[in-house]
Design a protein around this ligand. Structure first.
Ligand SMILES: Nc1nc2c(ncn2[C@@H]2O[C@H](COP(=O)(O)OP(=O)(O)O)[C@@H](O)[C@H]2O)c(=O)[nH]1
Ligand SMILES: [Mg+2]
Length: 201
């Protein structure tokens, strides 16, 4: 296991990319709908209890939260999408901000798309997947909260998501994950190591 992830530190929150850390090195973005479990996944894979804030009230933070892995590598916890109870104006703002981030961020190396295993592949998830397909950005999908399902049901969900993704022109990796049970951590570390070119571990 690569110990570097346990030393990840919070850098800053930005309202938009103009105020984000310098666009250099490599950045991996965590995306997904509000409440899917993005922040919990970041905490679990860095083995830190409250590095990324987790919340039972979804949709409140519309910030890009940046974390430093080392001088040249970062994670960013993107604001959640698809939260119904926010005003249209907030949704439009979110949309513009995401568009700018995805289109302009040169250091963006890959996206980890976090989906609640009980509600995978929403319309927003497909938008994200198609964006990755069209812009040739690497994509890894976490089916999180796997602890909420029995093992057989979780496995079936994994297979069915993999089947649906076969129609894409790019290959996307998918895995089971649970921040609560801390399962799937070695698997995501392996993907991150590859993307971030940590081959020594
Ligand atoms: N049972 C279970 N609950 C989880 C898991 N991951 C996140 N949660 C819960 O789901 C809610 C939303 O999680 P959070 O990480 O804040 O989601 P985010 O909005 O995508 O960042 C919180 O109440 C978490 O405790 C998991 O793996 N298993
Ligand atoms: Mg969050």
């Amino acid at each position: 296991m690569n110990p570097i992830y346990h030393r990840v530190k919070f850098i800053e929150s930005a309202v938009q990319i103009d105020t984000a850390p310098k666009d250099q090195g490599m950045e991996i973005a965590f995306a997904g709908r509000s409440n899917a479990g993005k922040s919990s996944a970041i905490n679990a894979l860095t083995r830190q209890k409250s590095l990324a804030r987790t919340s039972k009230t979804p949709g409140r933070t519309q910030l890009l939260n940046f974390f430093q892995i080392d001088e040249n590598r970062r994670f960013v916890d993107l604001p959640g999408y698809g939260y119904a109870r926010v005003p249209l104006e907030v949704k439009a703002k979110w949309h513009r901000m995401m568009q700018r981030y995805l289109n302009q961020r040169k250091s963006l190396t890959g996206i980890v798309l976090v989906m609640d295993i009980r509600h995978p592949l929403t319309e927003f998830d497909w938008q994200m997947i198609e964006w990755c397909e069209n812009s040739d950005i690497r994509l890894h999908i976490l089916l999180t909260k796997a602890d909420k399902l029995k093992f057989g049901a979780a496995k079936n969900s994994l297979l069915s998501v993999q089947r649906e993704l076969r129609q894409l022109t790019v290959s996307v990796s998918v895995q089971l994950f649970s921040a609560m049970k801390k399962t799937g951590i070695d698997e995501i570390h392996a993907t991150l190591d590859e993307w971030l070119q940590f081959d020594a571990y």
